[in-house]
Write a protein that binds this ligand. Structure first.
Ligand code: SF4
Length: 343
């Protein structure tokens, strides 16, 4: 291990100009730099695999312009009640059998009610007992709720920043970006690992994509996982008619995220099912090293899952074992002082 003074430092003081300059590099140069950072911190042949289950779908009171689960949009999504623990466990067993190492449980809430927490805590305990890492995304949390989830054995909490601070009010009107930052602080304070990224292709400018990544990288701790979603334009949502983002710009976003947050899992998330195999391969080259496994999840013989495994085989990639996903593999990296919560 190198002496302390020689250790690579995780920066939390990126300026907008620096991030913009990365975006503006010639494409081959940007990918070269990102691939170098990737292999300095990870085995580039390994991809972490997570599975996502919606444990409570639709009927959400928020107005996120991209989301088919918002009650106010007519998208054909039917609201459901919270699933039973036994039904969640059955899905978790299937996910494990299909090769997932992390099981994420998502509920379409603005924030959970206190009475919901013991029910979700029971699910977390049981899923954890199967030997899976656990992640939840339940909306905004109080400090007390975050601690209760941690006590139940939760490993990760997902809470995305969605977009750049200066673009936030164009997409969401029922909360402020500071609400997101506050929940992330509660999650960190409770000792949970954070999963936090955003969505691109919502009509934002390159400057605003840079603003999203700058804000993520300048959080007091880099998120452990950074999902970069590509907008899925769902009929009935306000963003249904948004022009498609240039796929190379999406790859640039992945590459810049990798450079800014070298030891984070950069995840291809929503929108991956509509990407070509070639585009996904470029994303892996640019430093993406985590995926959600299949989009229509957990069904035996799921064609999405089969396509993923075929792509892994063609590219010589393999799922990352759980034991190699923790912070221990990065023990030679030190954190620089955080500049503050927001950019
Ligand atoms: S809070 Fe989550 S579930 Fe609710 S509308 Fe926004 S993205 Fe959808």
């Amino acid at each position: 291990m190198p002496a302390v003074s020689e250790r690579p430092v995780l920066r939390h003081d990126w300026t907008r100009a620096e991030v913009r300059a990365l975006f503006e590099l010639p494409f081959p140069e940007l990918l070269h730099r990102a691939a170098g950072v990737h292999r300095a911190h990870f085995d580039p042949a390994q991809v972490q695999v997570s599975t996502l289950l919606s444990i409570k779908t639709g009927g959400c009171p928020e107005d996120c312009g991209y989301c088919p689960q918002a009650a106010r949009y007519h998208t054909g999504v039917e609201a459901t009640k919270l699933m039973s623990t036994e039904a969640v466990l059955e899905k978790a067993r299937q996910a494990k059998a299909a090769g997932a190492s992390r099981f994420c449980m998502g509920a379409a809430w603005r924030s959970p009610k206190d009475r919901d927490i013991p029910k979700v805590a029971a699910m977390i305990r049981e899923v954890k007992a199967l030997g899976l890492e656990t992640c939840a995304t339940l909306g905004m949390l109080s400090g007390e709720q975050a601690r209760a989830l941690k006590d139940a054995g939760l490993d990760y909490y997902n809470h995305n920043l969605d977009t750049a601070p200066e673009f936030y009010n164009r997409i969401i009107h029922t909360r402020e970006i500071q609400d997101r930052l506050d929940t992330l602080a509660h999650v960190r304070d409770a000792g949970l690992k954070t999963c936090c990224g955003g969505i691109v292709g919502m009509g934002e400018s390159r400057e605003q994509r840079a603003g999203l990544l700058q804000t993520l990288a300048n959080l007091p701790a880099h998120p452990d996982s950074v999902p970069i979603n590509r907008l899925v334009r769902v009929e009935g949502t306000p963003l249904a008619g948004t022009a498609e983002l240039d796929p190379f710009e999406f790859v640039r976003t992945i590459a810049v995220a990798r450079i800014l947050m070298p030891r984070s899992m950069v995840r291809l998330s929503a929108g991956r099912e509509s990407m070509s195999d070639e585009l996904q391969a470029l994303c892996f080259l640019a430093g993406a090293n985590s995926i959600f496994y299949g989009e229509k999840l957990l069904t035996t013989g799921n064609p999405d899952t089969e396509r993923d495994m075929a792509l892994f085989a063609r590219l010589g990639l393999r799922p990352m074992p759980v034991v190699e996903q923790g912070e221990t593999v990065h023990a030679d990296i030190v954190e620089s002082p955080a500049r503050g919560r927001a950019a």
